[in-house]
Design a protein around this ligand. Structure first.
Ligand SMILES: [Zn+2]
Length: 445
């Protein structure tokens, strides 16, 4: 038995001093110090369990381990950038204890066989609980429907081996671009799993890119990323996804929302379909188009970071509860790949190690209650993916993060566990130092 004694416990319901009792990988009990019988129950517990390891955590905070449903760990096929071994350790260092990996690996995760391969790699190498989304194409939608309902006898893939279905609605992810109407209808009819959608309209982006090439030739300034992967491209594609989700009652996750218009669209759409989930990433809460001057390609991600006004609107949506989940969209590329001109530098930022400290820092800056952070960091995702972890409550798996909210630290490249060895947050001072991470009641960090 382990007792986390008297930290401040952070959940979506309250932020309160208490003690967490862990036994056999499970949270056996949560005792809050504001309860009248707290002292009595604690002394009885300690008397009955003299062998218990009591960790004195007064002054520290404990939050449930993060559930990050949007990561790109690059394995198989792109392991020169990152792999499940290294990136899962970056997750752990950031207090993220469950991840769901996206299908744009090589080969892409668009078949039961590819999914099976990834599952076995993760079993062998991952430091955190790791699951996978399957990727939709114009030709595999029927297979996906069968897989999420019945599984696959040949590979032994069961419906519960699939976290969600990822749909790239008009993004540049090659063969995973889904644009046929009948395919989209079939995918949005899936009720068994969340359907996660990357919304950027390909045609709009192509036209914008062409115009930029005509204007700048080879040397397009990175500031243009916001005009090329424009707000219009996001809005156009998100309208379509939200309409389909309303029509079919889909558990839609609108991934990495980056504009204030999409926030308003989601607000309206939720009144028709309350199962719609709004995801954003810390990148959109922290950076804006003003950061290209400083970061260049190291702020280039898809969708693009937008204006400070968009960032403000996203932070407000985080505060009010309109944003449901935070996916890091952790997407490592090597510095040598990033240090190229606009058309060659790949989009994507490594960030998973910073998610929790960035959220804690924003909460302090904007006076957002920590209850909201508990909700977006793990609890809402726990509900969405129907997990038995991600909440500090009796009977849940003991995935927990201890942090010191009084302490600040400056992000350094050399502290990054990601294989790519850099972070766009380098040099930033953040609040909240992660001190211990538990998975299934075992201290992993
Ligand atoms: Zn992504």
């Amino acid at each position: 038995m382990i007792i986390l004694h008297r930290p401040t416990i952070v959940t979506s319901e309250k932020v309160e001093t208490g003690s967490i009792v862990i036994e056999d990988a499970i949270i056996k009990d949560v005792l809050y110090a504001d309860a009248e019988d707290y002292d009595f129950r604690m002394s009885r517990l300690l008397a009955a369990n003299p062998e218990a390891e009591v960790r004195e955590l007064a002054g520290k905070h404990v939050i449930a381990g993060g559930i990050d449903a949007h990561v790109h760990f690059r394995e198989p096929g792109l392991t020169h950038k990152a792999d499940i071994y290294t990136e899962s350790r970056a997750a752990l260092a950031g207090g993220v204890t469950t991840v769901f990996d996206m299908p744009n690996t090589n080969p892409p995760t668009v078949t039961a066989e590819a999914l099976k391969d990834k599952i076995s790699i993760a079993e062998e190498k991952s430091a955190v609980k790791t699951g996978f989304h399957i990727g939709a194409t114009n030709s595999n939608a029927e297979m996906i429907c069968r897989l999420v309902r019945e599984g696959d006898v040949e590979t032994g893939i069961r419906p519960e081996d699939i976290a969600g279905v990822k749909v790239f609605m008009g993004s540049s992810t090659g063969n995973m671009l889904v644009d046929e109407k009948s395919t989209l209808d079939m995918l949005f009819s899936i009720k068994e799993k969340p359907v996660l959608v990357h919304c950027e309209d390909e045609q709009t982006i192509k036209e914008n890119l062409q115009a930029a090439i005509e204007k700048y030739g080879e040397e397009i300034p990175f500031e243009e990323h916001e005009n090329i992967r424009s707000r219009k491209a996001c809005i156009k594609s998100s309208i379509r996804a939200l309409e389909l989700a309303i029509k079919h009652g889909t558990r839609l996750v609108l991934c990495h929302i980056s504009t204030k218009e999409e926030i308003e669209m989601v607000r309206a759409a939720k009144s028709n379909n309350p199962d719609i989930i709004a995801e954003t990433s810390c990148n959109y809460l922290w950076f804006s188009n003003e950061d290209y001057t400083r970061l260049g390609s190291r702020a280039k991600c898809n969708p693009s970071v937008k204006t400070p006004a968009d960032r403000e609107a996203l932070r407000e949506a985080l505060a009010t509860g309109l944003i449901d989940t935070i996916g890091s969209d952790h997407a490592p590329h090597l510095p040598s790949e990033k240090d190229a001109n606009y058309t060659k530098a790949p989009s994507g930022l490594p960030s998973i190690q910073q998610t929790l400290p960035v959220l804690l820092t924003i909460a302090a800056e904007d006076e957002i209650p920590l209850t909201r952070i508990a909700s977006v960091f793990s609890e809402k995702a726990s509900d969405l993916y129907r997990l038995d972890r991600g909440r500090i409550a009796k009977g849940q798996k003991a995935d927990l993060v201890v942090f010191d909210y009084e302490k600040e630290f400056t992000v350094k490249a050399e502290d990054q566990k990601s294989k790519c060895g850099w972070t766009p947050y380098e040099g930033v001072t953040l609040k909240g130092v992660i001190e211990e991470v538990y998975i299934n009641g075992q201290k992993k960090q």
